[in-house]
Each structure stands twice: as structure tokens, then as C-alpha cells.
Write a protein that binds this ligand. Structure first.
Ligand SMILES: [Ca+2]
Length: 364
């Protein structure tokens, strides 16, 4: 390359420069010309004498590869506008988008030398837009490829905003804005009555919904009998029985309540106690209930709590406010001295014993 000024560079083998302004054929030129030649040229003498050369600039030999378009940006610099699929200063690099990896009309964006991302059309998803999304409600068809209705569509000079039975025995729609012979039957997700047990069917984004299901039924189609016992709601060994709505607990002896959560103390009645301490049926006092104006249920509640805490299965209340039990807290012949009438009993059938009488409670 010659050492000429940037606008006077030539491909002359001796490195000569354009001699601006120069005279040629009776005219004066201040820059390179294509007159009488296929490329830009200039005279190497002020007055043309047959000495000439092609003008050159950074774009002369088109440094932009793969169809890129060159623009001169300075004395020795250029920039390339690359064709689709190429990049780099001279468009010498192949973009990962060159192979058109985004399917189904997706737009490819290069994110690195070997990476790209696809922007999919609204009907597709996935890294390369390879997956067709389910059709939105009201646009579903029985098309094997999963194509959706396009609304509005034009058919026979009329515009349709929903499926039609025109010229067909069933509801159908077009796949193109203007009908081109591509069509399918419309699918109503609720038409097959998928919702069972009286649930009503609603078209949704994902197809259909049967929610809420009637009580006792669950699952997408409300056809699953809900097992209300699954959470094991019955406490203390109670047996759960699933019902159409809810459950029932069959409690073990000694427990009661909806979930067998309460200890079930039963009144056994009023029995005589022996005078001599060592031969008493209920010898061991485990609590004394104190307080003013105590009624029978107050005393009973306190004795119950104390007995449950200790794991006793039997106790009696004697001397109005004292809780007694047997040597092991379990069943014993509490009635060995016979029935007594020295108990105070309330309307609930709960009682307390007076002197030498036990009102007995048992959960056995
Ligand atoms: Ca059930």
C-alpha cells in the first residue's frame, strides 16, 4: 500500500498517488472517477498522460465476508453490516442462530459464541419453541398437530368469531385468518361431561374444571371418594369409619368425644367404705379438692384431671372433696361392702360420697 493521503490511495505498484486535481478529456477531477472505466480511478499526473491507477479505500476489496456490506469509517477503518447468521468485525463468525434453531416461527437471539435464545410465538414454548401450547379455551380443536382455531376467520365472504356449523355437520373453525382449506372440528372440553357426582363443568385456560366438587368427592373430575380417615383423626386408638361426608370415630373403652379425645369416666354408683383404714376398698388418697362453695362437678373435674395425670382407671370421691383410688389405680372390688345411700348426687348423675361412702368412677 502506498503512503498517499487517505483520499489519494491507489493500487499502483510503484506506490504513486492520485494527482488531484487532474485534467482528463478536457475536464478537471478533484476525486476519483468511474469515467471510461468500471472502477474508480485517478490520473497520476496533473494532466492525464496515460499514467493512472485504481483508487483504493478500506472497503475496496470488500473485507466483509459472507455477504456483509462494507462502510468506510475512517482512513484505514471500515465497518460491516453482516448478513443474517454472521457476526464479527468482518462477518467472519457464524452465529449460533445461522442454523435457524428456533422452530415454529420463533425469533433467535445470539447470547454468546455458542449460545442463543428463542422468543417464541404465543402458540409455542420450549428452548427452541418446539412445544405447542394447549389451545386457549374456546379455540381447541381435534387437530392431530394440536393447531388452534384462529378467530376471527373469514370463510365464504363472512367473518366468524367462534366455531360454526356452516357447511359442516359439526362445529368447526379455520386455522388461518382467511380460510385456505386448513380446518378442524372444535372441541368442547365439557361436551363429554367429565365432571361426576353432580359437579358442574367450566371451560378454563387448561381445559375444564369441575371445582368445587360436591362434599365427599375430590380429584379433577370429582370422581374420587374422599377418605376422611386419611388424616387419622381418631385419637387414643379409636377406629375411624369413612362416611360420605366426614367420618365417625369408634372409640376404645374409656374414651369418648368426636375424635375420642376425651377420657370417658362412667359413674359406677355409691358404695359403702370400711371403717378400718387398712381394709378399705379405696385406700389411697391422691388429691383433695379445696375451695369454697364447691359443687359436685367441680370436685369431679379436679379428681378426673388428677386421676388422668396419674393414669388411674378408677377412683372414688369420699368425704365430699377427697379423691381416692385403689392400690394400682385399676379395677378393684370397690363394691365389696355393698351399696351405700350416703352420696350426694346431682341432676347429671354425678356424685360425691359422704363419710364412709365412695361415689365411684371408672373408665373400664
Ligand atoms: Ca368417603
Amino acid at each position: 500500500m502506498s503512503e498517499c493521503d487517505p483520499d489519494k490511495k491507489t493500487d499502483d505498484s510503484q506506490g504513486r498517488c492520485c494527482a488531484f486535481p487532474f485534467e482528463y478529456g478536457g475536464r478537471t477531477y478533484d476525486s476519483c472517477t468511474k469515467v471510461a472505466h468500471s472502477r474508480l480511478w485517478c490520473s497520476l499526473n496533473k494532466v492525464y498522460k496515460g499514467q493512472w491507477a485504481n483508487c483504493v479505500n478500506p472497503c475496496t476489496n470488500n473485507p466483509c465476508q459472507n455477504g456483509g456490506v462494507c462502510t468506510v469509517t475512517g482512513d484505514d477503518s471500515y465497518s460491516c453490516k453482516c448478513a443474517d447468521g454472521y457476526y464479527g468485525h468482518s462477518c467472519e463468525k457464524v452465529s449460533p442462530c445461522k442454523s435457524l434453531p428456533c422452530k415454529n416461527g420463533g425469533t433467535c437471539t445470539m447470547t454468546g459464541p455458542d449460545s442463543f435464545s428463542c422468543t417464541c410465538t404465543e402458540e409455542f414454548e420450549g428452548d427452541t419453541c418446539e412445544k405447542r401450547l394447549p389451545c386457549p379455551p374456546g379455540k381447541k380443536t381435534d387437530d392431530a398437530k394440536g393447531r388452534c382455531c384462529v378467530f376471527p376467520f373469514e370463510y365464504g365472504g363472512k367473518t366468524y368469531n367462534s366455531c360454526t356449523k356452516v357447511a359442516h355437520s359439526r362445529l368447526w373453525c379455520s386455522f388461518d385468518k382467511v380460510y385456505k382449506g386448513q380446518w378442524a372440528n372444535c372441541v368442547d372440553e365439557c361436551a363429554s361431561s367429565p365432571c361426576k357426582n353432580g359437579a358442574s363443568c367450566k371451560i378454563t385456560q387448561d381445559g375444564y374444571s369441575c371445582q368445587p366438587c360436591p362434599a365427599g368427592w375430590g380429584g379433577k373430575n370429582c370422581d374420587k371418594d374422599i377418605d376422611y380417615c386419611q388424616s387419622s383423626p381418631c385419637k387414643n386408638g379409636g377406629q375411624c369409619v369413612d362416611q360420605s361426608q366426614g367420618y365417625i370415630c369408634n372409640c376404645m373403652d374409656g374414651y369418648r368425644g368426636e375424635n375420642c379425645e376425651e377420657v370417658d369416666w362412667k359413674s359406677a354408683g355409691c358404695f359403702k367404705e370400711h371403717k378400718r383404714k387398712t381394709t378399705r376398698a379405696l385406700r389411697y388418697k391422691f388429691a383433695t379438692v379445696r375451695g369454697k362453695k364447691l359443687n359436685i362437678d367441680d370436685v369431679l373435674d379436679k379428681c378426673k384431671v388428677a386421676a388422668e395425670k396419674k393414669g388411674f382407671k378408677i377412683f372414688g370421691i369420699r368425704s365430699r372433696n377427697r379423691c381416692f383410688t385403689t392400690s394400682d389405680g385399676k379395677v378393684q372390688d370397690f363394691d365389696k361392702y355393698g351399696v351405700s345411700s350416703k352420696c350426694e348426687i346431682n341432676d347429671n348423675g354425678h356424685g360425691v360420697g359422704m363419710k364412709l361412702a365412695n361415689f365411684v368412677y371408672t373408665r373400664l
